[in-house]
Design a protein around this ligand. Structure first.
Ligand SMILES: Nc1nc2c(ncn2[C@@H]2O[C@H](COP(=O)(O)OP(=O)(O)OP(=O)(O)O)[C@@H](O)[C@H]2O)c(=O)[nH]1
Ligand SMILES: [Mg+2]
Length: 194
């Protein structure tokens, strides 16, 4: 992947504040702790661009990064975590779903699934929403370093059965496996007319 200038643009606490026009969005979706913010750092060759934590529920805003003036990479709060107050969790879920409902700029969704867990009910809901809205998506089986080769291929086969024809890439931010393929998939998606 060639190096492009990447910079933090802004964060939004309210989806209504996100401008409707501008560069296309490529957004990271997935359970809390699935590795969305880490993947942004991995794709942009940065260690600190997006904030990462071993504690779920770290990303608490819609964070937008500009990649080479070509597109905006969007880090979103995760879903499905159990910590934090009820109000706090509800706010994060409203922010995530508010983003998905209001944005007209989402060109490509990258759905991260924890390879050790597989697609949960929440992941399936999100994926169905993307299918219904005709938003192109990529499924990333993440934390591939935590799985044996056979477990990984079993997981990919399972997703292939659940979502026939969907793009699916195994990735690890530890080994770097899958990073180039994800980068190429983003570029292909952006080059396709809506
Ligand atoms: N082993 C392994 N750990 C990973 C990988 N990607 C992320 N992690 C770890 O998983 C934890 C969560 O990563 P984050 O990137 O903060 O997860 P997130 O999806 O942004 O989480 P929220 O912001 O809470 O939604 C961190 O401890 C990361 O270091 C990976 O590919 N392999
Ligand atoms: Mg995060």
């Amino acid at each position: 992947m060639q190096k492009e200038t990447v910079q933090f643009i802004t964060s939004y606490a309210n989806p209504e504040d996100i401008p409707k026009d501008g560069l296309p969005h490529v957004a990271m979706l997935g359970r809390s702790n699935a590795g969305k913010s880490t993947l942004i750092n991995s794709l942009t060759h940065s260690k600190t661009l997006a904030k990462v934590s071993s504690r779920p529920g770290l990303t608490r805003l819609v964070n937008v990064f500009d990649v080479g003036g070509r597109y905006h990479l969007v880090d979103l709060p995760g879903y499905g975590f159990a910590s934090g107050s009820k109000e706090d969790r509800a706010r994060l879920q409203d922010l995530l779903f508010g983003y998905l409902q209001t944005t007209e700029r989402l060109r490509y969704a990258i759905v991260l699934i924890d390879g050790r867990i597989g697609a949960t009910d929440s992941d399936k809901e999100i994926l169905q929403g993307l299918i219904d809205e005709h938003i192109p998506f990529l499924i990333v089986v993440n934390k591939a370093d935590k799985l044996k080769r056979s477990e990984l291929s079993h997981m990919i086969e399972k997703i292939d059965v659940q979502y026939p024809g969907a793009q699916c890439i195994a990735h690890s931010s530890i080994s770097g496996v899958g990073r180039k393929e994800i980068f190429d998939a983003i570029n292909t998606a952006l080059s396709q007319k809506k």
